[in-house]
Design a protein around this ligand. Sequence first.
Ligand code: ADP
Ligand code: MG
Length: 697
Amino acid sequence: MGKDITEIFGENVFSEKEMKARLPKNVYRTLMDTINNGSQLDMTTADIVANTIKEWAIEKGATHYTHWFQPLTGSTAEKHDSFIAPAQGGMAITEFSGKSLVKGEPDASSFPSGGLRQTSSARGYTAWDPTSNCFVKEGSLYIPTVFLSYTGETLDKKTPLLRSMDALSKVAVEFLKLFGNENVTRVVSTVGAEQEYFLIDKKMYDQREDLILTGRTLFGAKPPKGQELDDQYFANLKPRIAKYMAELDEELWKLGIYSKTKHNEVAPAQHEMAPIFTTSNLGTDQNELAMETMEKVALRHGLVCLLHEKPFEGVNGSGKHNNWSMMTNDGQNLLDPGDTPIENLQFLTILCALIKGIDEYSDLMRISAASAGNDHRLGADEAPPAIVSMFLGEELDAVLKAIEDDSVYKTQSRAFEIGVNALPSFPKDSTDRNRTSPFAFTGNRFEFRMVGSSDNIACPNALLNTIVAEELSQFTEILKPFKNTENFDTEVKKLMKKVLKEHRRIIFNGDGYSLEWIREAEKRGLPNYPSTVDCMPHYIDEKNMRIFRKFKIYTKNELQARTEVLLETYSKTIRIEARTMIEMARKQLLPATLGYVHELCNAIDIKNKVGLSSYTEQKMSSKLNDLCDAFYDSIDNLESLVNEACEIKEILIQSEFFHDRVLAEMERMRTTADTIERIMPSSHWPIPDYSAMIYNV
Ligand code: ADP
Ligand code: MG
């Protein structure tokens, strides 16, 4: 501990520094051109790069290499091959060719594809993504790749993200030229994903089949104390947690992840790690790595890291705040309001593009955060609601209002009007915050708060990039004829006014948790999709298909496949949860309760014999006995509902059935079980309770 960060940072990454130091100059330059501009790498260069990476990796203790990819399963995938090759005389040498670096052919038949890949042509291939760094971990060289079917359809989460980054860059470069940025050649989207998680003691975890199989507690009465005192948020770190976090930081730094911020979160046993932002592509890989590292490091401390969106009822669940912006190759953050007029006009136009985009495609943003786990968060009274809206803060909102009404915007010291060279400087600190908004401007970026803690962030960022690309391309079309004319500012203003008039409804600065907002949003005509099954069918709405086609993000087939995979995963998740409940109920909870009733009945017998009152035992046993009957029926009911659901062939109808019927019965069953738990003595309750789990680290 107490190591020098600068010494360990990135030590397991084949970074630009390593490339420069180890590769011949011309090879380094060719590779950098591939990384920065997407040019194709020829095989001779690839061979040299591969050999150099191999030597570096072996120095770091690697014996194997693996193409690392992000299939539609929700986790990452890897298959390891050693560098070994036979040599004369029964000897071995190490070998790693450019071909092995650039392309892999995993047997893809067991990955979800939503019917894209028939099992008869089950081959898929992985292709090196040189824009993300290779790294060494646990004796293997990891090569970030994308995963495609043999016919070129995407089977992973990264490809659409990369496509969207390209699309956005092209459009944004053109757009920026209108504002005099002739030298910008590339725009990248950036992300800083604040990651929330729970830590509980491994001994408790091991006793809970629900946590082991589903990642969340399916039973459990609320503890007497939850988060109502707000005494957990930013609270001082307990020694065990502090040690965990220190080791986590070190591991992340070694992997080249700029782990920056750590603190306790709102719920007991809940914490957060935030890295410094980077490109969406690298940020996605790093977030996947961070989640994996969190889980691994926890085990070394006798802890288990829970990344599920809602491990515990009654206290906050976990999200992942997706901080998003765009950065030009000349270092401009496009969402920085800045303090020169020209840049501000540019900023305000981009802001309007976002307002229009989020309003027109709010369904896509909701979809990007849809999962069975996250449904427990969105719409509950903690996280952002399922309704997508935007928060801009008082000052920006007033500026836009002035534009809309043709009025003069006044700050204390100067007046602001579009085209007038006096501008307010926007507050960049966190004084102006609205934690209830799903999509909030936070000074120099937008923070999309709907994403679930276990989600891969590729999807939200891919959709956001696509939406913004669409709006910026529309704006460019409209404004292009006025480029370099004296009417330009007026035309920009006209465009902004129109956009604000039509899309102001998406802006909401009030309390996103309140019931009034739900009613107000309905009046404004904003969609409200409380669950995954409500929003998913809109993925392939024609308006959405149009932009995916336009920017070549998804074909209709790919999108249909993804919708299917998501709904299937949803159904399977609930099926597993229901079956876990049934098993725990039959094998643990019901027998324990019946056993206790039996004990009480024996006690009643004995007490009666010696003439003592058995008032308490009678009351308790009769109450518990009734609850057992209800519990028993509920178990049977749930089982037949699950069986009925499994008979349904049509995917959407099946997932709706899981949502409307199975989930509802699960909730009923849980209520009964939790009522029983409150009556039962701890000595007889077969699984650790909430207090034990969330207050015992
Ligand atoms: P808070 O919890 O107050 O929102 P944090 O510091 O925990 O703030 O997280 C803010 C996140 O936003 C960090 O990951 C930070 O790197 C990221 N961020 C800052 N600027 C940008 C940007 N331009 N683009 C993307 N992410 C950014
Ligand atoms: Mg935040």
